[in-house]
Design a protein around this ligand. Structure first.
Ligand SMILES: [Fe+2]
Length: 181
């Protein structure tokens, strides 16, 4: 849906990096993408042209919010085969999985990392999403924490989440791999 080619992404990254230097903000940033699990994604897996991050060729991908994509299992298998390490974006937001916790366990069985949105803990996406987020943290299943930040409203909300007990629990768990990237 969004025409974000690797060239466009790299071009914008360079602009942001320049701005950070200009404003003397000492933060290191890199860019990759959040891929939607469709046919085009599968072609990119095959062609090995995905944007990755970290030393383990991490690939962040998401599925439909309406129903499980039919190609999910195949896409995961092919990612692993191609040497990528898949990370499923915001698993807590797929409501069709809320009633079947085994779906989350099956992702771990397939060596897929789970990335939680910080704001899911604030109730921003509803009480069910919040509950499943807490359960995923309780079970030690979350290995990446993300902002999914689209606008300043999300930034403000994240500010309120900073002191959330489950954020603390997740950080204290030692399961997070963010710092290793
Ligand atoms: Fe997403």
């Amino acid at each position: 849906m969004y025409r974000n080619t690797p060239d466009i992404i790299r071009e914008k990254l360079a602009i942001v990096k320049e701005e950070l230097i200009r404003r003397q903000i000492p933060v290191e940033i890199e860019a990759a993408a959040e891929y939607y699990c469709d046919e085009h994604f599968e072609k990119e897996i095959e062609a090995q042209t995905l944007l990755t991050f970290g030393t383990k060729k991490y690939v962040l991908f998401e599925i439909s919010f309406a129903q499980e994509n039919v190609n999910l299992g195949r896409a995961i298998f092919n990612m692993r085969l191609a040497g990528y390490t898949p990370i499923l974006a915001h698993p807590e937001r797929y409501e069709f999985w809320h009633g079947d916790f085994r779906k989350y366990e099956s992702m771990l069985d397939k060596d897929v990392h789970l990335q939680l949105n910080i704001n899911s803990l604030t109730g921003q996406y509803g009480p069910d999403t919040r509950r499943i987020s807490e359960r995923l943290i309780d079970r030690g299943m979350i290995t990446f924490l993300g902002s999914d930040c689209h606008h300043m409203g999300h930034v403000q909300l994240m500010n309120t989440a900073r002191t959330h007990p489950y954020i603390k629990k997740l950080i204290d768990s030692g399961n997070l791999l963010n710092a290793e990237l």
